[in-house]
Design a protein around this ligand. Structure first.
Ligand SMILES: Nc1nc2c(c(=O)[nH]1)N[C@H]1C(S)=C(S)[C@@H](COP(=O)(O)OP(=O)(O)OC[C@H]3O[C@@H](n4cnc5c(N)ncnc54)[C@H](O)[C@@H]3O)O[C@H]1N2
Ligand code: MOO
Length: 408
């Protein structure tokens, strides 16, 4: 059987970072920056007041106190956004607001709380040292500084930074368009009644949601039955709108495995058995004139889920221009013994719990239901514990690596 690592590498070989596009800032949320961004000007661009108060010459108020306040005439008002040229000379002050440009000659701001708040003349009852409550030009960012690096994922803070350096748009890798296509004659749209032998389609929702959570533009397409020609038609239909196609079902050893049957003939898609549990039957390759990557995941819901995070996620990262890292791993002690098929690496659903008795490190509590159709145990899990290929059982207390599942 093929190793998990080899299969991840083969899938990575199908994809490249998507060419950058320019997106309006709010449309770029969640996307990955394609170039470094520098500041075209210093930020703040000018010296300005950090507080509402009075711009003064610090030396004038050096002796101010409650018992001997310093009285200064107020030469004018400077509001934030004031573009006029203001100046303060010794013996005078100007009322100034937070964010307003410092007048020439002034070197400190006395907060209004340290004064009587006078409009024509003000009493200052505390000294303010030079530089007090003054935000210097370039105090945040100097002109030409790199404020964000290529590869940064754009969240609220990053979008704020981009706007603060005057960008209205951002050069980003577009979110990979992931077309999710499910197959199976037994599938019924949720919300509709089930006939005997039928089940509600769940993989499409699950994988589309996982793709969106991974920063992709996931689209659940309608599912198809067990007719290989219908599978090919459906794949053809989604190709125009997809950077990668993900199918589920129809890749195993059955008499009606339409994905395998339909795609095997093309010569561009391989079907293999990967040494993992769940997720053994897998296919990967390209389809269509543009050689669009296609990944065919098994139909068992937990197999599809685990395959997405173990095999596909690194490729989705690469398409976004970030390192093709797997899920983050933590080390944990098994809270119960587990078993695993020989020669296959198992990914067991576990809940991570604090282990008060141990020297730090959580414990991994395996879900009681681990079969690949038992989807309900997944919603309780926060990780996948990895049981190596050479282990058929592990006793309670064994230290294992746990892949942390992303949570909304
Ligand atoms: N003789 C063998 N049989 C099977 C083998 C094998 O090696 N030899 N492998 C088993 C393993 S492991 C897996 S995993 C499954 C994979 O089978 P397929 O990818 O062909 O998937 P299907 O047969 O279409 O479906 C499997 C299972 O999952 C349900 N399913 C499928 N799609 C959906 C969906 N969109 N939403 C919800 N549930 C879905 C389907 O009803 C089946 O119960 O094969 C084993 N068999
Ligand atoms: O590999 Mo299947 O994915 O065991 O259920």
């Amino acid at each position: 059987m093929k190793s998990v690592e080899r299969h991840i590498t083969d899938i990575l070989g199908l994809v490249r970072p998507l060419p950058p596009i320019e997106l309006d800032l709010l449309r770029a949320q969640g996307a990955v920056l394609a170039e470094d961004v520098t500041a075209p000007v210093a930020l703040p661009p000018f010296d300005n007041s950090a507080m509402d108060g009075y711009a003064v010459v610090a030396a004038d108020v050096a002796g101010a106190s409650g018992t001997a306040p310093v009285r200064l005439p107020v030469a004018g008002d400077i509001a934030a956004g004031d573009t006029g040229a203001h100046a303060v000379r010794s013996g005078y002050c100007a009322r100034i607001m937070t964010g307003a440009p410092m007048p020439a000659g002034a070197d400190a701001v006395v907060p209004v709380e340290w004064t009587d708040g006078g409009r024509a003349e003000v009493s200052v009852h505390r000294p303010a040292a030079a530089g007090n409550a003054v935000r210097r030009a370039g105090g945040d960012v100097r002109e030409g500084d790199t404020v964000l690096r290529a590869g940064a994922r754009l969240g609220a803070a990053e979008l704020g930074v981009l706007a603060s350096v005057g960008r209205r748009t951002a050069p980003v890798r577009p979110r990979p368009r992931v077309a999710v296509l499910s197959t199976g004659e037994e599938l019924v749209e949720p919300g509709k009644p089930l006939a005997p032998g039928q089940i509600w389609e769940s993989n499409g929702y699950m994988l589309t949601a996982a793709a969106i959570a991974a920063g992709c533009d996931g689209h659940r397409h309608s599912f198809v039955g067990d007719e290989p020609a219908a599978v090919l038609d459906a794949i053809d239909d989604v190709l125009m709108q997809a950077d990668i196609v993900v199918t589920t079902g129809g890749v195993s050893m059955g008499a009606y495995d339409p994905v395998k049957e339909a795609l095997s003939g093309l010569g561009t898609v391989r079907f293999e058995q990967v040494a993992m549990q769940p997720g053994k039957p897998q296919g990967y390759g390209t389809v269509g004139e543009d050689a669009t990557p296609i990944i065919t995941l098994p139909g068992n819901p937990v197999s599809a889920f685990v395959s997405f995070y173990v095999l596909l996620l690194p490729a989705l990262h690469r398409m976004q221009g970030v390192a093709p890292d797997p899920l983050p791993t933590v080390s944990a002690r098994l809270a119960a013994p587990v078993s695993s098929p020989p020669g296959r690496r198992s990914y067991l659903r576990v809940r991570l719990e604090e282990d008060p008795g141990a020297d730090g490190g959580p414990r991994a509590v395996p879900a009681s239901r681990q079969a690949s159709h038992q989807l309900s145990a997944l919603a309780d899990a926060d990780g996948l514990a990895v049981v190596p290929e050479d282990a058929e059982s592990l006793p309670e207390g064994t230290e294992v690596a746990v892949l942390r599942l992303p949570r909304p």
